[in-house]
Design a protein around this ligand. Sequence first.
Ligand code: AMP
Length: 596
Amino acid sequence: MGKILGIDLGTTNSVVAVYDNGKARILQASPQSNTMPSVVSFGAKGEQSVGAAAVTQQVTNPENTVYSVKRFMGRRLNEVASEERIVPYKLLGKPDDQVKIAVAGRKFTPPQVSAVLLAELRRVAEEELGEVCDRAVITVPAYFNDAQRQATADAGAIAGITVERIINEPTAAALAYGVEHRGARNLAVVDLGGGTFDLSLMKLGDGKFEVLAVHGNTHLGGDDFDQRIIDIVADDFLRTHQIDAREDPMALQRLKQAARDAKGELSFRESVEISVPYIAISPDGPLHLQYNLNRERFEAVCDDLFGEIREACRRVLYDASLPGEAIDEVVMVGGSTRMPRVQTVAMEAFKAEAVNKSTNPDEVVAAGAAILGGILQGDLINVHLMDVTSHGFGVTDARARMETLIPKNTPIPVTVKKTFSTPTDNQRSVSINVLEGEKTKAQDNRALGVFRLSGIPKAPAGVPRIEVSFNIDANGILNVTARDEASGREQQVTISGTGGIDEEEREQLRLEAAAAQEQKAAAEVELSLRNHAERALHTMQGWLQYHGRLIGPKAAQKFEITLLKLQKAIAANKAHHMKQCLKKLDELAELYRKAA
Ligand code: AMP
């Protein structure tokens, strides 16, 4: 059996690693980089490009190039208003439905798009390791809710990967950190990536990794800081030229890139020159955008975002009942923690003199996932992980309030049972509203769906006893089962409206994704053949011109005819003919070599 991969499926970048020879090894996503941009581009004929190849399409084909898909995983359309504003591709669906993404004349769910990323990471890993890798540990933000976790598991299944475990990103980071730095200590992990923000407080020691509390915001990440810069410069441009550059998808994409670069530089420099030439056309000719931004102004326009981070630090300490002084080490994870202000906010909150930047913030999460893979495949013993649920779960009570059955920060896996009955005589079924969240009023929480118990034998009100089990597994995913106590019969439980997909749909999508992957592979083979044919044509034409006389006019003529045929085959894109001509060229070259 192949090794279990550790995959950090990030908003901006994704990373794949494996536990090998006693340590986590990051696999190269491309010859140039260990990280793969989480970008997928779709062509009109269904062709897909992934990673760095798709990034090049972001400016030229923005409507059909999907980035930051993680922000839409497990989301309903009415939950992503702020995200919808910043992406150039179209979202579809009814407000209460799972988001769909419209690209290249087709509709894709976010798990389908994520599956393309996962399949590519799997391919990269298989190529490097030389073995089939169809099992993985995939990371998610600790603050991901049930639907977002389920959507991640669906993405794995669509990519043909058995998801052995879903692990929280800060927990994975702590695992990677703790395996290297032994000794008891309390750790705060601050994880700010491209689209999500997570905080975890953990107790480490004796091979134990115990999560004390988590908090976060799955709507906050580097993209939001980029957006603030985009708005400053675009507003300035609008004032000067009366043109809103944000309205043109191509200009917006270039602005976004410039804003992200500027933000990255401001982490190391006090000021930066933002320049986007030819951003728009006016009656007087092309217009160039030029803006000088300093760190002070950048931090001022992002003050509320930094404030959210500060507030979350306070909250997580409160949830863990710990003072800031109790934290021994602050570990920074995710590219956005390079912003100096994020580091000072964390240092102030956790009363630390410095933050730990010794781990590579881009790779530490995948490394932790790979270590968990190592644990699951039995390569690493005496390491114990104890994670918690990042949200509370409960039901709506008779007064329309949330009755919490599993509070936030409860160690997982956990099972809680509750007995329900019927409020009226001879009632054959009851409906139970399952909720996720921490708010008092039921309606202020996220409705996971209505859970309908049917087939209850006729009896006076309050007599039937139906025991319902709420189980949160090690992945942080809720499973509900019910048992009629009188008969001992297990009830069929269906939670409707979760936005998830069933087994049949998952299989269908897996087949579609596999077909797309095959199509992509075939296109790559075709392209490589064409490149090979073009190179052979060019080289042999040159060779014939200078050395043709060495082989005599007859042999040279044979070469010439074959090269002409090859040229035609390339022009007509006829793979079969190209192969025939290449074979013939090889034979002729071989004959000549022998004669010489
Ligand atoms: P991740 O999802 O962990 O790969 O984080 C990606 C995010 O980190 C993106 O929003 C990047 O713009 C951001 N990022 C990367 N480098 C820097 C930097 N030097 N300063 C600020 N943000 C950065």
